[in-house]
Design a protein around this ligand. Structure first.
Ligand SMILES: Cc1ncc(COP(=O)(O)O)c(C=O)c1O
Ligand SMILES: N[C@@H](CCCC[NH3+])C(=O)O
Length: 423
C-alpha cells in the first residue's frame, strides 16, 4: 500500500520514487525535465472504480477530456470503452484522432459556435449538452440547414453548492453554466417544437474537486424532479447525465471512492423509480489527476531575507493550478537524502511572483536533484501555456516496465510556426 492516498502507483523503493516498475529519476535523465509522467494502471484503476460502481447498469462514462487531452491518454480511455465529454471543436478533433467515434461524444460548453455545431453534426455526435435557450435556437438553425437532426440534452443549473473553490463551482445560480432551474421546463417545450432537434436527455455538472456526497445527493433529487416534470409535459427523457466533479486527494482530502459514491447515488435513483434509465457521467480529474506527476530539476537553492527559495525548472506555465486556485500539490524528492531538510518556497523560473508551486515545503534537496510535483495528471498539461516563451513539457506514459514518450518537448521553432513577420 502506498503511503500517498489515491496514488498507489507512485511510491518509494529504498531511496527512489517509482512510478509502477520504473524509477522516476531514470525517466527524468532520459527524457529531460520538466516531464509529465503518467501511470496507465492508475488511470485504468480509477476508471475501474466507476465501472464497478455501475455494475451491469445501463450506464455510459464520457471522460471529460479537458482534464487531460493528450492523445495517448484519450486512446487509453477510448480502448477501455469510454466516450468523451468535449467542450470545443479542438477537443472533438482530438477525440476522433484518438479513436473515438462520433457516437461516443457528448458536447458541453456555454459558447458553442455554429462551425463547431456543424462539424459535430457531420460526425454524428451522441448529444449536444445545450446550455441556454438562445443556443437551442442556433442549433436548430444549423441542424436544419445541414439537413440533420441534433440530439439534445439540456444542461440544468440545479443551484446546488458543491462546496469547492469558487472558480470551479459551476452549478450555482450565479454561474454562467446551464439553464436556470425554473426555466428548464420552458426550454424543453421550446426544444420539442424546434425543427432539427430531438430531445434525448438531461444533464448537469455542479463543479469540480467535490469531496462530499451531500451536493451529489441534492443534485440527484433536483434532477429527478425535473425529469418527472418534463415527462409529465409529454417530453420523454431517455438519459440522465450527472456530469463529473468527483475530487481527488491532493493534501489529505478524503473524497468518496467512485464505486461507493455510485452505490449511494444508485440506491437513491432506484428508490425514486429511475433505476432503469440510461445513466451517464462525465468524470475528468478523478480519472487522471492522481495518475500523473510532473518531474522537475532543482536549479538553484536561493537563501532570501525572509524565506528560502528552491528554484526548479517547472513553472506556472506547466503547473498553473497553484497560481490560479492557490491549489496544493505535494512536492516529493525523487531520491531521498539523509541530509537535514530545509524550508523552501518552491518556485519556477517565470517572471511573476505568482509563479510558485508550493509554499513552505520541507525538502532535503541539492541543485541537480529532481522533485516530483504530485497529483499533476489533471488540469496541468491541458492548461499549460507558452508564457515566457517556455516550451510545453514532454510527457511519458508508463505501463508496467515500459515507458512511452507520448509528447516530445516543444521547441521555440515549433512555438513560432504559425506566426508571420510583416513584409
Ligand atoms: C460539463 C463538464 N463535465 C465534466 C467536467 C469534469 O469535471 P471533473 O474534472 O471535476 O470531473 C467538467 C469540468 O468541471 C465540466 O465542465
Ligand atoms: N481547472 C480546474 C478545474 C476546472 C473544471 C472544469 N469546469 C482545476 O484545476 O481545478
Amino acid at each position: 500500500m502506498s503511503r500517498f492516498p489515491g496514488q498507489p502507483y507512485f511510491d518509494y523503493r529504498g531511496d527512489q520514487l517509482y512510478v509502477e516498475e520504473l524509477p522516476l529519476a531514470d525517466l527524468a535523465r532520459e527524457y529531460g525535465t520538466p516531464l509529465f509522467v503518467y501511470s496507465k494502471a492508475s488511470m485504468l484503476a480509477a476508471l475501474g472504480a466507476y465501472q464497478r460502481g455501475f455494475g451491469d447498469r445501463n450506464a455510459k462514462i464520457h471522460y471529460a477530456m479537458k482534464a487531460n487531452s493528450s492523445l495517448a491518454i484519450l486512446q487509453v480511455f477510448a480502448q477501455a470503452g469510454c466516450g468523451f465529454d468535449i467542450v470545443s471543436g479542438g477537443e472533438l478533433e482530438r477525440a476522433l484522432a484518438a479513436g473515438a467515434k462520433g457516437s461516443d461524444i457528448v458536447f458541453s460548453g456555454v459558447g458553442k459556435t455554429r462551425a463547431e455545431m456543424k462539424r459535430a453534426l457531420e460526425v454524428g455526435i451522441a448529444c449536444f449538452n445545450v446550455e441556454s435557450e438562445p443556443e437551442l435556437e442556433v442549433l436548430s438553425e444549423v441542424a436544419t440547414s445541414a439537413g440533420k437532426e441534433a440530439a439534445v440534452s439540456l444542461r440544468v443549473n440545479p443551484n446546488v453548492d458543491p462546496k469547492t473553490h469558487p472558480y470551479i463551482s459551476t452549478g450555482l445560480k450565479g454561474n454562467k453554466f446551464g439553464v436556470a432551474h425554473d426555466r428548464v421546463l420552458h426550454a424543453y417545450q421550446r426544444a420539442a417544437q424546434l425543427p432539427g432537434l430531438r430531445v434525448v436527455g438531461i444533464d448537469c455538472h455542479i463543479g469540480s474537486q467535490i469531496t462530499d456526497v451531500g451536493p451529489y445527493l441534492d443534485t440527484v433529487d433536483r434532477m429527478l424532479d425535473l425529469v418527472q416534470a418534463v415527462e409529465t409535459a409529454g417530453i420523454p427523457i431517455h438519459h440522465i447525465d450527472f456530469g463529473g466533479g468527483l475530487g481527488i486527494s491532493y493534501h489529505g482530502e478524503q473524497p468518496p471512492q467512485a464505486d461507493a459514491l455510485w452505490a449511494q447515488l444508485l440506491a437513491k435513483i432506484d428508490a425514486r423509480g429511475f433505476g432503469s434509465r440510461t445513466l451517464m457521467i462525465e468524470p475528468g480529474r478523478s480519472l487522471v489527476g492522481n495518475a500523473g506527476v510532473c518531474v522537475s530539476e532543482v536549479l538553484y537553492l536561493k537563501p532570501g531575507e525572509t524565506k528560502n527559495f528552491c528554484i526548479v525548472d517547472a513553472a506556472m506555465n506547466d503547473l498553473p493550478r497553484p497560481a490560479m486556485y492557490q491549489a496544493y500539490h505535494a512536492i516529493l524528492p525523487v531520491r531521498t537524502r539523509d541530509d537535514m531538510p530545509h524550508t523552501y518556497d518552491v518556485v519556477g523560473p517565470v517572471c511573476e511572483s505568482g509563479d510558485w508551486i508550493g509554499h513552505t515545503r520541507e525538502l532535503a534537496v541539492n541543485p541537480g536533484d529532481y522533485v516530483a510535483v504530485m497529483s499533476a495528471g489533471a488540469y496541468c498539461m491541458s492548461m499549460a501555456s507558452n508564457y515566457n516563451t517556455r516550451g510545453r513539457a514532454a510527457e511519458v506514459l508508463v505501463d508496467g516496465t515500459k515507458a512511452h514518450l507520448i509528447r516530445e518537448r516543444e521547441t521555440p521553432a515549433q512555438q513560432m510556426l504559425r506566426e508571420k513577420l510583416v513584409p
